[in-house]
Design a protein around this ligand. Structure first.
Ligand SMILES: Nc1ncnc2c1ncn2[C@@H]1O[C@H](COP(=O)(O)OP(=O)(O)OP(=O)(O)O)[C@@H](O)[C@H]1O
Ligand SMILES: [Mg+2]
Length: 262
């Protein structure tokens, strides 16, 4: 096990798209068990940074260690197996599949059976299906969706679809959960439910990074916040420190978030 301060450690990560340095020499670290907020104006590079951590993008330069192991060139599947899980900014669910089936998709990261065993339903495959079902059910209970398990995922309202994305991620038995704007588009009561869920997950010692535009929301959830602007870390600290930071205020000037931050 790595030192707590090095659970996730990025050093000078760079990722460009054409002439745009979406992530421009980003260094930061997250301790085990921490719930870190990640904020910044539109186009600041937050989602790109998440994709560099999950492996959906590879960096042009820089290093990333997770639990003491270099992962910057590993595939998303390899990182998922190590415990890095992401919920994307846009809702990605499988239509035509139930809530339980959608949650179970997360289990493929830790099952061992091959498709050939699955097609003949060999014993190891059946045992694993049973444990994936149990893991998915406990994830659904955690997010409050267990009673909707047989509903079609696409029939759920947005707040519950986002909760289902989190349940699917939980079914992968994550050690680090990356949440890309899980509160976006949610109603007040749905946001409250999400805040309670994040608190519960934090109490269970799961390490999380939360991207969020609503500064009030992230301030309540996270102990420490990292601020990105134009691909660079411009500030890091407690919510109170961030709110008073002149670089943060100036990055947000003229954006909707500045009203929420005031
Ligand atoms: N796949 C891509 N191809 C080309 N450019 C991209 C791609 N992904 C991101 N970018 C660019 O990189 C920059 C950072 O984008 P990113 O999506 O990481 O920002 P963000 O902070 O997540 O923004 P938002 O708050 O709007 O979600 C932007 O200029 C964006 O246009
Ligand atoms: Mg984004």
């Amino acid at each position: 096990m790595a030192e707590a301060s090095e659970f996730l450690e990025a050093r000078n990560l760079v990722r460009s798209f054409g002439g745009v340095r979406a992530v421009d020499s980003v260094s930061f670290s997250v301790a085990e068990g921490e719930l870190r907020g990640l904020i910044g104006p539109n186009g600041a590079g937050k989602s790109t940074l998440f994709h560099l951590i999950s492996g959906h993008f590879l960096p042009d330069a820089g290093s990333l260690t997770f639990d003491g192991i270099h992962v910057e060139h590993k595939s998303p599947a390899a990182r998922a197996k190590m415990g890095i899980s992401i919920t994307f900014q846009a809702v990605h669910l499988f239509n035509g599949m139930t809530v339980l089936e959608n949650a179970m998709v997360g289990g493929h990261t830790w099952t061992k059976h091959e498709w050939i065993e699955a097609s003949f339903r060999l014993p190891r495959c059946r045992r694993e299906e049973q444990s994936v079902t149990e893991q998915a059910m406990s994830a659904l209970e955690m997010v409050g969706l267990d009673r909707y398990k047989d509903h079609l995922a696409e029939a759920l309202p947005l707040g519950k679809q986002r909760a289902l994305q989190i349940a699917r991620a939980l079914c992968s038995k994550p050690k680090l959960l990356l949440l890309d704007e899980p509160a976006s588009g949610l109603r007040g009561d749905e946001r409250q439910d999400l805040a309670s869920l994040l608190e519960k997950l934090h109490e269970s010692a799961l390490t999380m990074i939360l991207i969020e535009h609503d500064v009030d929301f992230v301030t309540q959830a996270a102990g420490k916040i990292t601020v990105l602007d134009q691909g660079q870390v411009i500030a890091e600290g407690t919510p109170a420190e961030i709110r008073d930071d002149p670089a943060v205020i100036s990055a947000y000037l003229g954006t909707a978030v500045s009203h929420e931050a005031s």
